[in-house]
Structure formats: structure tokens, C-alpha cells
Design a protein around this ligand. Structure first.
Ligand code: ADP
Ligand code: TRP
Length: 337
């Protein structure tokens, strides 16, 4: 594919450097970024400015940024082909975000369900940044005129907001500056649930360590967590329909199929009517085969912080080259230059 064709299609996605990375982050997001590098010019951003919308310990934040960069590289994102960079090192993100704050409408942001979930009953006391978080996300995307954004199901609403902001900007200034970015919701971008409760998503904010498998878990830890994963007393059902009332069983099979990139049905057929112990034994091996090499590589990379910081710095310089031009165009269009 020629460079010109690649530029017409540009991918951008972001991962927050909060907490360690777990199997849900990998199977639902990072793993699906990898094949996109072949088709699109790709930018993958460590979104530290999004992370600080809730409190982050300063000394931990730096280490977590390196961890996300390490996870990107260990999962197969090639820093020579894609731009791996750090949001706060490209100051144009916040500059464009301010302008977009003046384009986005209160009513649009009031509808964002993630804010409602995260703020909960504490609405008066959360940061203003948590509320305007989706505008910064729109800025991340629009600053590179990204055309495609791979995200998990939970980020779809934020992407729709980005399209609304881009559309309004183009209309207000009567200039077709921004493409309307398309979400890429991967077909087998699995939604991975907690190992302790199949109705809750696997998340780093869960209080139980046994609810999630971290990418850096040892083989022993993976074994233990799968052994302790919640299941039903009876064997696996004979029909897929019955899984609707067995969220934990469904989750284990989902993890299995996502790790192997095989159809859910074919994995289900293999284990229908069998005991959970058999499924768990095989699943442990499947997860270890998939995750352990990535975890090992991550640990190796994290041992060389200077290398990771260099990757982020170089990536940020490359990103900045694109960002400067787009921000300049925005300044000219809005009369700010
Ligand atoms: P967490 O919920 O653990 O705080 P984030 O919100 O930082 O994770 O998510 C980072 C990325 O990983 C997002 O693209 C999100 O869609 C994806 N992701 C997070 N948890 C899961 C999960 N349990 N299953 C699938 N994808 C997930
Ligand atoms: N909001 C995303 C999340 O929580 C992270 C993110 C920030 C992002 N900026 C982005 C994702 C731009 C895609 C594109 O997962």
C-alpha cells in the first residue's frame, strides 16, 4: 500500500496508564490494534492526561506510562511502523481540546453514560476534567484527522460525540476540515468479565485480585486464578442458549475463543456437557500460551525504562509533526492565528 493511501486512512487509539493491564484490556483492545498496522497509518497513544481526571500518585504514573508502552510493544505493535506516543508530550492535544470545548454543547456531554457511571452519587465532587474527558478524547482523534478508531463497546458513545463535534466544527466554520471518524469495533474484540462475577466486566478497579488476570501474572498465578474462577456446580450445558443464564461459563469460553482466535461455537461444541474441571485445565494452558510470552517480554522491556522513554519521546516527536499542522489549520480557520 502506498504512503498516500495509508494517509487517507489513519488509525488512532488510546489506553490510559492507570493500574496494571489485564486480560480484558489485551483481548478487548490492544490485541486488536496489531493487525491494523498493515492497513493504516497507526498512532497509539498513552493517554496520561485522561488518567489524571481521577487521582493518580505522581511517582506511579510515570511507571504506568512505561507499562502501557511495554504492553503495546510486547503485544506486537511495532514502534518503527506505528507511532507509539505520550499524550502530554504533545501539547497540541490540550490546545485543540480547549477550542473543541467551545464547540461541544453541555447537553451532549450531559448524556455521556461513562461520566454518570464514574461520577455515581459523587457528581458535585468529581473533577471538571472527568466531565470534559470526552472532549479531550475528541481532540486526540481530530488532531490527527484520524479516520478510524478501534475501541471497545464502552467507548462507542464517546466516538459518536467526536463525530458530532467534528461535524459541528465543519458546519460552523463552513470548511471541510475534519473527517468523521469511524469506530472499529472488532468482531472478536471480546468483552471479558470478572472471574468472580460473570455479570461485571473485568476491571483494574475491582477490589479482588482473583477477579482478573494481569498480563504480567506468573504461570502459577494464572493457574490459581482459573482454578478459583467462579463456576456452576453442574457440568457445562448441552446448548449455547443455556449459557445465557450461566455468565461465568460463557466468560471462560469467551476467553478461550478470544485467546485462540477461534469461533465461540466451535469452542463451545468441544466442551458441551463436559465438566468445568476439564475446561479449566485446558483454558489455563491456552491463557498461559497466549499471555506468558507477552508478560515476559513486558517485564524485560520494563527493565529498560530508558528504552521505553525513548520510544515514547520519538513517537511524540513524530506525532507532533502531524499535530502542529492540523492545529495551525484550526487556528487559521477560527481566526486565532
Ligand atoms: P478498566 O475498565 O480496567 O479501567 P480501561 O477503561 O482503562 O480499563 O480500558 C482500556 C481499554 O481496554 C478500553 O479500550 C476498553 O474498552 C478495554 N477494556 C477494558 N476492560 C475490558 C474488558 N473487561 N473486556 C474487554 N475490553 C476491555
Ligand atoms: N477513553 C478511552 C478509554 O477509556 C481512552 C482514549 C483516550 C481513547 N483517547 C482516545 C481511545 C482516543 C480511542 C481514541 O479506553
Amino acid at each position: 500500500m502506498s504512503n498516500e493511501e495509508k494517509i487517507i486512512k489513519r488509525v488512532l487509539s488510546g489506553v490510559q496508564p492507570t493500574g496494571g493491564l489485564h486480560l480484558g484490556n489485551y483481548l478487548g483492545a490492544i490485541k486488536n490494534f496489531v493487525p491494523l498496522q498493515d492497513k493504516y497509518q497507526s498512532l497509539f497513544c498513552v493517554v496520561d492526561l485522561h488518567a489524571i481526571t481521577v487521582w493518580q500518585e505522581p511517582e506511579e504514573l510515570a511507571a504506568k506510562k512505561c507499562e502501557v508502552a511495554a504492553a503495546f510493544i510486547a503485544s506486537g505493535i511495532d514502534p518503527n511502523r506505528s507511532i507509539i506516543f505520550n499524550q502530554s508530550q504533545v501539547s497540541e492535544h490540550t490546545q485543540l481540546a480547549w477550542i473543541l470545548n467551545c464547540v461541544a454543547r453541555m447537553g451532549w456531554l450531559n448524556r455521556m453514560t461513562q461520566f454518570k457511571d464514574k461520577a455515581g452519587k459523587n457528581k458535585e465532587n468529581v473533577s471538571v476534567g472527568l466531565f470534559s474527558y470526552p472532549v479531550l478524547m475528541a481532540s486526540d482523534i481530530m488532531l490527527y484527522k484520524a479516520t478510524h478508531v478501534p475501541v471497545g463497546e464502552d467507548q462507542k458513545q464517546h466516538l459518536e460525540l467526536t463525530r458530532d463535534i467534528a461535524q459541528k466544527f465543519n458546519n460552523d466554520f463552513k470548511k471541510d476540515i475534519f473527517p468523521l471518524p469511524e469506530p472499529i469495533i472488532m468482531e472478536n474484540a471480546a468483552r471479558i468479565m470478572s472471574l468472580r462475577d460473570g455479570t461485571k466486566k473485568m476491571s483494574k478497579s475491582d477490589t479482588s485480585d482473583y477477579s482478573r488476570i494481569m498480563l504480567t501474572d506468573s504461570k502459577d498465578e494464572i493457574c490459581k486464578k482459573i482454578r478459583k474462577a467462579k463456576t456452576n456446580a453442574m457440568p457445562l450445558p448441552k446448548t449455547i442458549k443455556e449459557l445465557d443464564t450461566m455468565p461465568e461459563a460463557k466468560n471462560l469460553l469467551t476467553i478461550y475463543s478470544a485467546c485462540l482466535d477461534e469461533k465461540f461455537e466451535s469452542i463451545f461444541n468441544k466442551y458441551q456437557g463436559k465438566n468445568f474441571s476439564e475446561l479449566k485445565e485446558d483454558l489455563t494452558e491456552v491463557i498461559i500460551n497466549k499471555i506468558s510470552p507477552i508478560g515476559e517480554e513486558m517485564k524485560k522491556l520494563m527493565g529498560d525504562k530508558v528504552y521505553l522513554q525513548k520510544i515514547l519521546e520519538n513517537g511524540s516527536l513524530k506525532a507532533k509533526k502531524i499535530a502542529i499542522n492540523v492545529l495551525q489549520e484550526v487556528h487559521e480557520t477560527t481566526g486565532l492565528n
